[in-house]
Design a protein around this ligand. Sequence first.
Ligand code: KG4
Ligand code: ZN
Length: 334
Amino acid sequence: TKETYILGIETSCDETAVAIVKNGSEIVTNVVASQIESHKRFGGVVPEIASRHHVEQITMVLEEAFELSKLSWDDIDAIAVTEGPGLVGALLIGVNAAKALAFAKQKPLIGVHHIAGHIYANRLEQEFQFPLLALIVSGGHTELVLMKEHGHYEVIGETRDDAAGEAYDKVARMLHLPYPGGPHIDRLAAEGNVTIDFPRAWLEEGSFDFSFSGLKSSVINTIHNAKQRGEVLEDKDIAASFQSSVVDVLTTKTVKAALNHNVKQVIVAGGVAANKGLRNELVNKFADLDIPLVIPPLKLCTDNAAMIAAAGTISYHQGKRSGLDLNANPSLIL
Ligand code: KG4
Ligand code: ZN
């Protein structure tokens, strides 16, 4: 049987990325141009700057992806692009590039949901075993998704306010750490002790939803009150205490959902999957339960286009196609 080569394009946030994936599971090339340095001094992603960078980068990133692959357009079966969710101006650059290429090269066009991409990053590591449970934790998302077959997603839990990564970034800001703050908190947490009993939002009995805004407020109040009383709180202990609350809720709910739905595999995705505390606790808990756990390497946890090509390959084989009227949809539903 013939090999399938899908070109992936991702521009939903602050990475301009193009990749080529073979048969949905093998990376041929995976080029990512990060803009983090340009957004750092603003303490977060500035949408207007993101769009401008995508415009400047996309052609070069595309050329580089082809150069490194030693493939030509003749080898490409279809073009997969993130259509949402994300920043609308940023998404539009990728969507328009993909549409122009699909038209010029006469290739099928496939719109991909960004979260489906994060999930399929795992298939670049290991074949899926259904039913599977995916924990997606990024700067914009915190979701538990149940999959019974390829390309079918059932969101069984999600955040009601802040995403996990967003909470990390906000707490990091309170501690005057640079953006993105997640990795800094992670590092500090490893040096500190859990000395503060921050709240854990379990929500209603049986709910797989999350909430991190109460925790965030509690961290602000704790820092504020300590300052007023002249108490010294070590940043590393705040980080360790905050992280233990986040990790406790994320891992406990993931375990409950996995047992509840009798899954054969648990996969993790999104930038926060890089968190050492989270990884360790997930590994411990699922080893005890004997449920296989997949956590992709850091490079595949954060935004990239290989994951979009991998998810796009499934859509391609399922016959799903987008028209040249494909539009960016910042609030696309999975
Ligand atoms: O998936 P991603 O690259 O972009 C989105 O789609 O949002 O995730 C970025 C998020 C940021 O909030 C960043 O602070 C967080 O992932 N992050 C971490 C770690 N590394 C990145 N959070 C906690 N611990 C880390 N080691
Ligand atoms: Zn993402």
